[in-house]
Design a binder for this molecule. Structure first.
Ligand code: AMP
Length: 116
C-alpha cells in the first residue's frame, strides 16, 4: 500500500490544519508556503496520487472538485480572477502525491499566457 501523505493525515485528523471549507468529497486548506496572497489547496478525501491516476470511476469526483473550487472562490471573494493549477508528476513540480488543486488569486497574472 502507498505511504500515507501529509494530506491524508490532515483529512484523517492525525495532523491539525485550518480547514477553510469542506464537503463530503474534499477539503480546502491554506497552502503553508503561499505563492500568491490567496493560495489554497482543494484536496479530495479520496487519495488519488496524481491526476493521471484518476479513472472513469472518478468522473463525478473530478467534476465535484471543479464545482467546489468555484464555490470556494466565491466564498473567498475572488470569483472574478483566480487561477487553478494541478501539478502532475515530480518533473511538473508535484511534491505531495495526493491529488490537489491549487487556487491562486489576488496577484497580477500575466495577460494572455500561463504566466510561466
Ligand atoms: P505540489 O507541489 O503541487 O505537490 O503542491 C503541494 C503543496 O502543498 C505545496 O504548495 C506546499 O506548500 C503545500 N503543503 C505541504 N504541506 C502542507 C501542509 N502541511 N499544509 C498546507 N500546505 C502544505
Amino acid at each position: 500500500m502507498a505511504e500515507e501523505t501529509i494530506f491524508s493525515k490532515i483529512i484523517n485528523g492525525d495532523i491539525p490544519a485550518d480547514i477553510l471549507y469542506q464537503n463530503d468529497v474534499c477539503i480546502c486548506i491554506k497552502d503553508i508556503n503561499p505563492q500568491a496572497p490567496t493560495h489554497v489547496l482543494v484536496i479530495p478525501r479520496k487519495p488519488i496520487p496524481r491526476l493521471v491516476d484518476a479513472s472513469e470511476e472518478d468522473k463525478a469526483l473530478l467534476g465535484h472538485l471543479m464545482l467546489s473550487v468555484g464555490e470556494i472562490a466565491k466564498q473567498l471573494g475572488v470569483e472574478d480572477a483566480f487561477r487553478v493549477v494541478i501539478n502532475n508528476g515530480e518533473d511538473a513540480g508535484q511534491t505531495v502525491f495526493h491529488l490537489h488543486l491549487h487556487l491562486l488569486a489576488n496577484t497580477k497574472f500575466s495577460e494572455g499566457s500561463l504566466g510561466m
